[in-house]
Design a protein around this ligand. Structure first.
Ligand code: SAM
Length: 296
């Protein structure tokens, strides 16, 4: 018996046409079931197969919208094994929709290799955009949105986390992180240590019943969340570094000369570059000239 694709919008059935062959990367809600697009529902109702990270989890969303399409598993543990058969289906002209447990697939979620290999074999890949926690967290933070860097999850161990944060410290953009609740307090403390007391925001359970967005300097957020047990899903957003006053060449020269008496050229350059927010490569070149006695 052939399936008659349809979905329910506001309880009313809508019949849909079969989508064009290809791989559809479909965003689903990050909490509130209403945050799905009509096009996403049409695609999910019409494709030959939906690929979900956790089929039981996604079944709840699909049942809510009366979508009866067959659902298969695609996650980080079976991706390697599953891809050849999925690519063969695409080669036959079938349509597949990739979804994740929440938000946009491939964003800290599986799917990247499938998209790469589908494109390499000439299949069409269609995005069906929608919810993503990173954008929801960013727009609720009240921090600059003109330029941002999405970092995803930081390393779980503090030492590696601080190294990574140190590498991000000079980036002139708002930083967006995903974080696990059990690591929130220690992560915020590491952020405060490496990034300074910048304005920041912790967004929990966005679009859900217990949604909260708490804003403040990183050190205050670290003490607030360091004390108690936190639950739920979390996005941390951190403001860009404060603008620094332009520093004169003579100041850089004087400070470099003083440091070169006790530091290697490389270390002296790193200290001065970090102190004034200058490109390390430029300061190093200047330090080399000074060390060789060539600087004017
Ligand atoms: N692909 C998803 C997206 O587009 O947002 C992200 C998947 S990643 C495995 C899950 C992480 O996203 C969570 O640990 C949390 O940091 C963040 N997240 C997901 N849903 C959220 C929500 N409702 N509120 C706050 N953060 C959320």
């Amino acid at each position: 018996m052939s399936r008659r694709p349809s979905f329910l919008a506001l309880g009313v059935p809508h019949a849909v046409a079969a989508p064009a062959p290809g791989l559809y990367v479909v965003a689903t809600p990050i909490g509130h079931l209403g945050d799905i697009t009509l096009r996403a529902l049409e695609i999910l109702a019409g494709v030959d197969l939906i690929l979900a990270e956790d089929t039981r989890h996604s079944r709840r969303l699909l049942d809510h919208y009366g979508i009866t399409t067959h659902v298969g598993a695609y996650h980080e543990h079976n991706g390697e094994r599953a891809r050849p058969a999925l690519l063969a289906r695409l080669a036959e002209g079938q349509s597949l929709a990739l979804i994740s447990d929440a938000g946009t697939p491939l964003i800290s979620d599986p799917g990247y290799k499938l998209v790469v290999e589908a494109k390499a074999m000439g299949a069409s890949v269609f995005p069906a955009p929608g919810a993503s926690a990173l954008l929801a967290g960013l727009v609720a933070a009240g921090l600059p949105t003109d330029r941002f860097l999405f970092e995803g999850f930081l390393p779980a161990r503090s030492e590696a986390r601080r190294t990574r944060l140190n590498a991000l410290a000079a980036i002139e953009a708002t930083l967006v992180f995903y974080e696990a609740p059990q690591r929130l307090g220690s992560s915020l403390a590491d952020m405060a240590a490496e990034l300074g007391a910048r304005p920041a925001s912790v967004a929990r359970e966005l679009t859900k019943m217990h949604e909260t967005v708490r804003s403040g300097p990183l050190d205050e957020l670290a003490s607030y969340y360091g004390d108690g047990e936190v639950k739920g899903e979390i996005v941390v957003v951190v403001a860009p570094p404060p603008e620094r006053a332009a520093v004169g060449a003579d100041v850089v020269r004087g400070e470099l000369e003083a440091l070169l008496a006790t530091h290697t050229t490389k270390d002296a350059a790193a200290v001065i570059a970090a102190r004034h927010g200058l490109p390390r490569r430029d300061v190093y070149a200047r330090a080399l000239e000074l060390a060789r006695g060539k600087a004017p």
